[in-house]
Design a binder for this molecule. Structure first.
Ligand code: AWU
Length: 468
């Protein structure tokens, strides 16, 4: 048995889409004998349970720090700044209290400020990106010269990025509003930009992606942006490696066996799975189109419906139409709350996925070999859609946010077509699925994971004084 590896601090950003893949990766790092302390906030502590039961207490520890009070309305830059103000002093004190502290801080790309902390402590900092290397490249392009879109109404203005492979173009509304600076004096937006820029100073970057999917973007980052090869593509990290995925990211809101029995009673590739991520709530109009489209299509479906959190309750959030559940009885299975998404996508009955194209859902759909019906809502999802539809040929464009909402009859037709076994997207999806699974089973991603662990084990413990 090889000697225990070095000790690192893993610091996920505390939302599902960022926390889930980082825990999946942590499980793989523990399997390669690193010692890990995971920084958790109280509402995420329970998500460590599957790892705590699988790994010895000598190799997996947790550091519990408070989360900040919820903001009156979603405001990512303000949230990042408050989290930094809350955690920076506590982490500094924690590290200085240890006789043999971790040799590296491995933190989410939203926590760029941990670069300053690592420098102050004489440690290495490694970035974890729960999003694609394509969207990371776009963020790097945007945060180095923030956009000036003088007319806030210019939502359709086309923006080009010739510095990124394939020179992608986007209508202005698809670019994260954080970068559309109408007034440069916004301190939270300036903090967000500087926070991103600090990722450039990191020792290395780890992506939840695989080389066959994003080689051109990974090479772009190595040669044009970071200027070194310490960029590792270790995905798709999907739980596995002996972890129970039934309660991945949270416990299912429906009895798991009841859902599996429902799927078992359906033919192969005859079901569409519908989900728009762990926090996006459909607007009234979007909800109406999705419900009507599913009903008119007559397809079998499993729909994970998100109810608005207190901070999201707005006039314009959708609710399931009256009588809908009765009218689709026998065809549809509704999950109001948390769905065992990975288990559903892997079931032989599921042939297509109506998705917002969050990066985890994108990878899970690719690994499951299903046709992707794309309806991006924000963040990096428009970029992920370009990858799925234009580059990989496994996706079919359905809608875009609230700017392009399809007619329910159009959606119904696309739902039926997505289950047509003769479509080119189906065979493409099967091929890409094999490439994804090969990458993590002895292929490029496994090799990159081994290279990452080797590089971490070669880090010299800090004497505390040496700045890097
Ligand atoms: P996913 O990335 O699919 O969507 P978000 O939750 O919206 O994630 C970034 O995090 C994305 O790139 C962004 O676009 C942003 C965010 N899940 C589940 O198991 N059950 C459910 O009912 C709902 C979700 C899981 C799902 C996936 C994750 C959602 C990285 O959108 O399997 O792993 O939650 O992540």
């Amino acid at each position: 048995m090889s000697a225990a590896g070095q000790h690192i601090l893993v610091y996920p950003f505390p939302t599902s889409g960022h926390f889930i893949p980082f825990l999946d990766l942590t499980h793989r790092l523990l399997n390669r004998r690193l010692t890990v302390t995971v920084l958790v906030t109280p509402n995420n502590l329970h998500l460590l349970d599957p790892l705590l039961t699988r790994h010895a207490s000598s190799s997996l520890h947790h550091l519990l720090l408070p989360d900040m009070d919820p903001l009156p309305a979603p405001n990512l830059p303000a949230r990042l700044r408050r989290l930094r103000d809350l955690h920076y002093p506590a982490l500094l004190q924690w590290f200085q209290s240890l006789t043999s502290p971790p040799v590296a801080i491995f933190s989410d790309f939203f926590l760029g400020w941990t670069q300053s902390l690592a420098s102050e402590l004489g440690l290495r900092r490694i970035v974890f990106s729960p999003s694609s290397s394509f969207s990371y490249s776009l963020n790097m392009s945007l945060c180095r010269e923030s956009l000036r879109i003088d007319d806030p109404q210019a939502e359709k203005q086309t923006l080009s990025f010739p510095d990124i492979p394939n020179s992608p173009k986007y209508p202005a509304y698809q670019i994260n509003s954080i970068y559309r600076t109408y007034k440069d004096a916004d301190p939270d937006k300036e903090f967000y930009r500087r926070n991103w820029l600090q990722n450039l100073e990191s020792w290395g970057v780890v992506f939840n992606t695989f080389s066959d999917l994003e080689a051109i973007y990974i090479d772009h980052l190595k040669k044009e942006i970071m200027g070194h090869d310490r960029i590792w593509a270790v995905g798709p990290v999907l739980g596995d490696d002996g972890l129970d995925t039934t309660n991945r990211g949270g416990s299912s809101s429906v009895p798991f066996q009841e859902l599996v029995a429902w799927l078992d009673s359906r033919d192969d590739n005859s079901v569409v799975y519908v989900s728009f991520g762990s926090h996006y709530v459909l607007t009234l109009k979007q909800m109406d189109v999705v419900a009507s489209g599913l009903e008119e299509s007559g397809v079998n479906f499993v729909w994970s419906v998100r109810e608005p959190k207190a901070s999201q309750v707005s006039r314009d959030h959708g609710v399931i139409p009256d009588g809908f559940e009765d009218r689709v009885a026998g065809k549809g299975f509704l999950i109001k709350g948390w769905a065992p998404q990975l288990a559903v996508l892997r079931h032989r009955a599921v042939g297509a996925f109506l998705t917002h194209c969050g990066w985890n859902s994108t990878l899970e759909g690719i690994a499951a070999g299903v046709v992707m019906l794309t309806w991006p809502m924000g963040a990096d999802q428009f970029t992920n859609t370009k990858l799925l539809v234009d580059e990989c040929g496994v996706g079919i464009r359905v809608g875009e946010s609230t700017q392009n909402i399809p007619e329910s009859s159009t959606l119904a037709r696309m739902l039926v077509e997505s289950l047509d076994g003769s479509r080119a997207e189906r065979s493409q999806a099967k091929m890409l699925s094999e490439e994804a699974l090969n990458a993590v089973n002895g292929g490029t991603s496994d090799n990159d994971l081994g290279s990452l662990v080797k590089a971490i084990n070669e880090i010299k413990p800090s004497t505390g004084s040496n700045k890097i």
